[in-house]
Each structure stands twice: as C-alpha cells, then as structure tokens.
Unconditional design. Structure first.
Length: 202
C-alpha cells in the first residue's frame, strides 16, 4: 500500500494525496489507498508539479530516469477513482519545477532541463491546448517553492546550477506577460524547500 495524507483541497497547489502519487513520497497519515484505486491511465513520474482549482487537479511534466516529460494529466475531483485525462502539455519538458495559481489559471515556473526561467500558464477553461509561455522568472531556478493568492504568485529559493538562491520572484496574474519582479529575499538561501499561504481558496 501507498501511505498518504488525505486533504480536501488547498488554495494554490494540489493536495498532498496527489503529490505523493506523483513523487512517490510516503508521509505518515491516518488513511491508506491501494494502487488499485489509482487508474492505470495515471502516469506516475518523479519531481512533477501540481496545481488545482475547485473542480480539477493537474499534474505536469516530471521525469522517469533520464527521460523528461511535458505531459499534463487532469484529475476530476468529482470522479477521482476514474482515470486521469491527458490535457495540453507544457511548452517544454522539465522536472523539479514549482507551481501556483488561482481559480482560472495554473502557473508552472522554472525547473531543470537544464535550469530554466520559463513560466507556463494552463488556462483551466481551455486546458486541451498547450500551456502558454508567460513572463519569465528573473533567473533560472530548479527545486524552488511556489505559493500565492488570487492576484499574485511567488517563486522562492531553489538552485541555478550552483549554490542555493535567496531571492523571491512575484508574478502578477493580471499582467503575466511581464518578467516577474524580485521581491523581498528569503531569510536564508535554500533549495528543495516548501511553501504555503493563508489566503482563502482562490
């Protein structure tokens, strides 16, 4: 069995359930799920990223061994024992990227392939088309963390083929073709970090 934590939803990223299925982590929890509950159409891979709105969860890119993917899978929360459906891919293959979003769009920033500064946007209302490239991060970063609210998304920390990064980039959802702006720094440069928010579900 794969041990997972069960949550209803979170504001700007997919629940821990989906992160466990994608990445293979086994956090402690009060519930279990057997592989038979996960459809064979689900495409597991490491270091993918996820976003969600109130109706659907999206899993994007990631890798298996040395092979990288741009594939995006969508899970319907109202029918979550059925298979995921393939939606429009990201603009390029990558892994170790981070993600955030609001009720209308999901944003995937950075990643390794090698380290990139690309930000892709999925439009939930038209998710069968390829993700569109929006304004880039101020620098390439992989293994960063992302969070946000209904108006802005923040990408912090990570690596850029060297020491960890201390900066935080902000993307303005209302003007997302512009290069992200550098905001206040983290208290300590770090990579492979996590992020959260107290914003209401967006």
């Amino acid at each position: 069995m794969i041990r997972i934590s069960v949550k209803r939803k979170i504001s700007s990223s997919v629940t821990a359930l989906f992160r466990c299925l994608i990445c293979g982590f086994k956090p402690s929890s009060i519930a279990e799920i057997t592989p038979s509950l996960v459809s064979s159409s689900f495409f597991g891979r490491r270091s993918a990223a996820g976003v969600s709105n109130i109706n659907f969860g999206y899993f994007a890119a990631g890798g298996i061994g040395a092979t990288l993917y741009s594939r995006v899978d969508r899970l319907n929360f109202s029918n979550d024992t059925a298979g995921t459906s393939i939606r429009g891919p990201l603009s390029s293959t990558r892994y170790s990227h981070s993600s955030t979003g609001n009720s209308n769009f999901g944003y995937f920033g950075g990643g390794y392939g090698p380290s990139v500064s690309i930000v892709d946007r999925i439009d939930y209302s038209n998710d069968t088309t390829s993700a569109s490239i929006r304004g880039s991060l101020s620098q390439g970063r992989q293994s960063s963390a992302a969070t946000g609210n209904s108006n802005f998304g923040y990408f912090g920390g990570g690596f850029n083929n060297g020491p960890p990064i201390v900066s935080v980039n902000r993307i303005d959802y209302s003007n997302d073709l512009s290069i992200t702006s550098v905001r206040g720094s983290l208290s300590l440069a770090r990579g492979r970090l996590a992020a959260t928010t107290n914003a209401a579900s967006s």
